[in-house]
Design a protein around this ligand. Structure first.
Ligand SMILES: Cc1cc2nc3c(=O)[nH]c(=O)nc-3n(C[C@H](O)[C@H](O)[C@H](O)COP(=O)(O)OP(=O)(O)OC[C@H]3O[C@@H](n4cnc5c(N)ncnc54)[C@H](O)[C@@H]3O)c2cc1C
Length: 562
């Protein structure tokens, strides 16, 4: 089952009508205003209603429309305002600036919903023959400009191909432990269908509820439990892709040495080579037991060192997530403003002060999943290792509250944007030997560029980070930054403010040994930095693959290669 588009916010995150995660009367607003040096009450910056926005006229003429209807059926071709607005952009802060201001100049001419690989292939061939741009769209949760329908200067007809009517689990092979599903299936639907067979894929990005299997593969994403279940490029076994050169099924044999594995071209292709219609992926038994708990460290460096030792000792974990001191403080304070402290809280505070963890603690969340025997072995080894590294066990409650809200953090973005605040995230990765350097450099770049954009206002931003994914050789760093928006320059001024911060952060990442993306992908937002990371031969190779499969450049143009 797909999710009815009208039940989702076209210009925000989550369902229409969900209660605000930070209601207007929350005392959190005063605390946030104080931290950012802003006056209260915070400004009101509501999003424009769709009825008050004007869309460019659809360029889909009668003949092309008839042809599309012949391929996918009349009910699957949409040119109405809601469908075109919903598919105009993705869900990054940058996208939401445009959408909330009611600028829908990027809307596609039409949105079509194919129901099978064969229909999708016919659609791609029709578009290639008529030089029509196709933008593949799963959940539309891209945060890098990956689904922007009509890029600036694009004069061709632009059609968004929404994959979410291709949403079935096809087969489960519980001997090989693989399954095949159609690409447009949403996370929860896939999880439920697999659970009926006692298995799971285990890919849980924070966007899980509103993103699809095809989008996970195309963006080469990583779920929160990637240490146990792997990233998309690790769990992908084979994909079927509708391309301008024909319907392509990539190889599937385990451990093949027959030339480079071409699945790695599909993982991270971001719709620029074709439309994934279905995919085979690795599955795992639903774990017998789960154990999520928290530890505190006095410094980020000590916590990072503990993670390094855990992964290099090959202790089986599902998640290791270390917040820096600012992130630990931000979320603890946001969760507690306006609440009276009880005796238990005061005793806990006193204990932390006594043990030296009260000043600027960093919280490490450890998630374990698997057989009871393995989980208990891992828990004991980690407890010893963490204690020896200067960590303090703080029990299961931080793990339980993280797990209960694991997909809900992004729900605070819409209310923040409605109060004159900007909030964005970005991610990178590097080797263990470079983690501290990259963490410091990117934090400082974001903080300094934010301050510059706010010069003369007396206001400032907040920057925080966590280690989100860990590997034996390195880890990813995920940054969140909150800042007062420059409302005096209109939409253009706000875009400029975001661009200045984004540029400073991206330059700092590349200058300090990080990747331009650990799991969000490239899209248009990261494309200017890709060449620096891949080098000229790498870019030439990617360009040659693109031209060979899609000679007319109709598949999601301007993304990845720029
Ligand atoms: C609040 C929030 C939290 C997020 N958390 C995470 C996270 O924890 N981990 C993570 O990895 N990402 C995360 N993301 C980013 C995003 O959710 C992922 O990139 C996700 O994989 C995109 O899936 P989607 O179905 O929404 O794809 P879309 O956004 O629809 O598309 C993403 C890209 O893939 C292409 N595409 C989509 N479907 C297909 C297809 N069938 N065939 C070919 N190309 C296709 C699109 O053209 C686009 O370039 C987050 C995003 C948000 C908004």
């Amino acid at each position: 089952m797909t999710i009815d588009r009208t039940s989702l916010r076209w210009n925000g995150w989550g369902p229409v009508g969900q209660p605000d995660a930070l209601p207007d009367d929350s005392s959190a607003w005063d605390w946030i205003a104080d931290a950012l040096g802003m006056q209260t009450p915070l400004p009101k910056t509501p999003a424009k209603d769709l009825g008050a926005c004007s869309l460019p006229a659809s360029g889909l003429d009668g003949e092309n429309r008839l042809e599309l209807e012949r391929i996918v059926g009349a009910n699957q071709v949409h040119t109405g305002d809601y469908e075109r607005a919903f598919h105009a952009r993705g869900k990054s802060y940058h996208d939401l600036l445009w959408l909330r201001a009611g600028d829908l100049s990027n809307a596609p001419d039409a949105v079509v919903y194919p129901r099978s690989a064969e229909e999708t292939q016919k659609l791609v061939e029709f578009a290639a023959a008529r030089d029509i741009v196709l933008v593949p769209y799963g959940g539309g949760s891209s945060v890098v400009g990956g689904v922007t329908a009509r890029e600036k200067g694009e004069t061709r007809l632009c059609i968004t191909v929404d994959t979410t009517l291709m949403a079935s689990l096809v087969t489960v092979d519980d001997t090989a432990m693989t399954a095949t599903a159609q690409a447009g299936i949403y996370g929860p639907a896939l999880d439920d269908a697999l659970a009926a067979h006692g298995v799971r894929l285990g890919h849980y990005p924070q966007s899980f509820e509103y993103s699809t299997l095809g989008g996970w593969i195309a963006a080469r994403g990583a779920g929160q439990n990637s240490i146990r279940y792997g990233r998309a490029d690790k769990w992908l076994v084979s994909a079927r892709v509708a391309t301008p050169s024909g319907l392509w099924r990539t190889e599937a044999t385990p451990g093949s040495a027959a030339a480079p594995n071409l699945n790695q071209l599909i993982a991270g292709s971001e719709g620029t080579l074709g439309i994934i219609t279905d995919a085979t992926f690795k599955i795992h038994d639903i774990p017998e037991t789960e154990d999520y708990r928290g530890y505190l460290f006095r410094t980020f460096a000590e916590g990072a060192e503990a993670i390094r030792q855990i992964v290099q000792a090959e202790i089986p974990t599902a998640m290791l997530r270390l917040s820096d001191a600012d992130e630990t403080y931000f979320f603890r304070t946001l969760g507690s403003v306006g609440k009276e402290k009880g005796v238990k809280d005061n005793l806990a505070d006193a204990y932390l002060r006594l043990r030296g963890y009260a000043e600027r603690p960093c919280v490490l969340l450890v998630g374990l999943e698997g057989s009871t025997v393995n989980v208990s072995f891992a828990r004991d080894r980690i407890a010893r290792l963490v204690a020896a590294s200067g960590g303090l066990h703080v029990g299961k409650s931080p793990g339980a509250s993280w797990k209960a809200g694991r997909f809900h953090g992004p729900m605070v973005r819409d209310p923040m944007m409605a109060h004159g605040l900007g909030v964005d995230t970005l991610e990178t990765s590097t080797f263990w030997s470079n983690i501290e350097t990259l963490h410091t450099a990117v934090r400082e770049a974001i903080a300094a560029s934010t301050r510059e954009t706010l010069a003369g206002t007396g206001q400032t931003g907040i920057v925080m980070a966590h280690i989100s994914h860990a590997y034996p050789d390195g880890a990813s760093l995920y940054f969140t930054f909150v800042f007062p928006r420059r409302l005096d320059g209109g939409l253009e001024g706000e875009i400029d403010q975001w661009l200045a911060i984004k540029r400073a952060a991206s330059d700092a990442i590349l200058a300090n040994g990080g990747t331009i993306s650990h799991h969000h992908g490239v899209g248009t937002d990261h494309a200017p930095w890709l060449g620096q990371e891949k080098g000229p031969i790498g870019m030439q190779t990617l360009g040659a693959v693109k031209t060979s499969i899609d000679p007319g450049g109709i598949m999601n143009p301007h993304k990845v290669l720029g």
